[in-house]
Design a protein around this ligand. Structure first.
Ligand code: NI
Length: 206
């Protein structure tokens, strides 16, 4: 009854202690999977569907697609700052205002899907080379306080699933899956197409 459409995968739980190697690997895998999950989530949507808010008063699908690389470019920069400086203070940004800038309205979503893929490719190279000591490095977020890179990667693994969930939950509620392009090409397969790749998909991301 009281399902909160803002949090389709639940709220972010910040880890209280250092993560294990397995937990770090799982989170890095979730971050790596985000661009493909986002591409699947919007497959086949038409322009008016892209301009539909994922909930009343929420961002449109288009705004969500452009927001994720905006956010993750900041995240990538924050990780690099924390790896190269001693506990840097990072700069928050006004995500609601960014989502209203003209590029979000005027840029094809494909541009942001490719941006997310290429950005995550660079980011993944960094994350997979990080040592235990690197994950314990810290930054200062003016609103969230001192954060380890463990907490940062946990937050952005969640963040990708969170926004993909906005789109997939809207599609489920709206019955839009049956119009997806992939389905006309692969009509004998069941939804979701990611099932095919489930062997490499962290279970928590679905
Ligand atoms: Ni966000």
């Amino acid at each position: 009854m009281s399902e909160d459409l803002r949090y389709p995968v639940g709220k972010f739980n910040r880890p209280a202690t250092a993560l294990t190697a397995d937990e770090r690997r799982e989170l890095v895998n979730q971050i790596a999977a985000t661009p493909a999950r986002m591409r699947e989530a919007v497959a086949g949507l038409n322009e008016s569907q892209l301009d539909t808010p994922y909930r009343d008063g929420g961002w449109t699908v288009r705004q969500v697609v452009h927001h994720v690389p905006d956010s993750h470019m900041n995240a990538y920069t924050r990780v690099k700052l924390a790896l190269t400086e001693e506990q840097p203070t990072i700069k928050p940004y006004d995500e609601a205002a960014w989502a209203k800038l003209n590029d979000v309205r005027d840029t094809p979503i494909e541009t942001s899907l490719v941006l997310l893929e290429t950005l995550h490719s660079r980011w993944d190279t960094i994350l997979r080379a990080m040592t235990d000591a690197d994950f314990e490095r810290t930054l200062v977020h003016p609103d969230m306080g001192v954060m380890t890179l463990d907490a940062v990667i946990a937050m952005y693994a969640w963040h990708g699933r969170h926004h993909v969930g906005h789109i997939t939950s809207l599609r489920a509620r709206s019955g839009w899956w049956r119009f997806a392009r992939w389905r006309t090409a692969t009509s004998t397969r069941s939804w979701p197409p990611s099932m095919k790749r489930s062997a490499t998909t962290p279970s928590a991301s679905r």
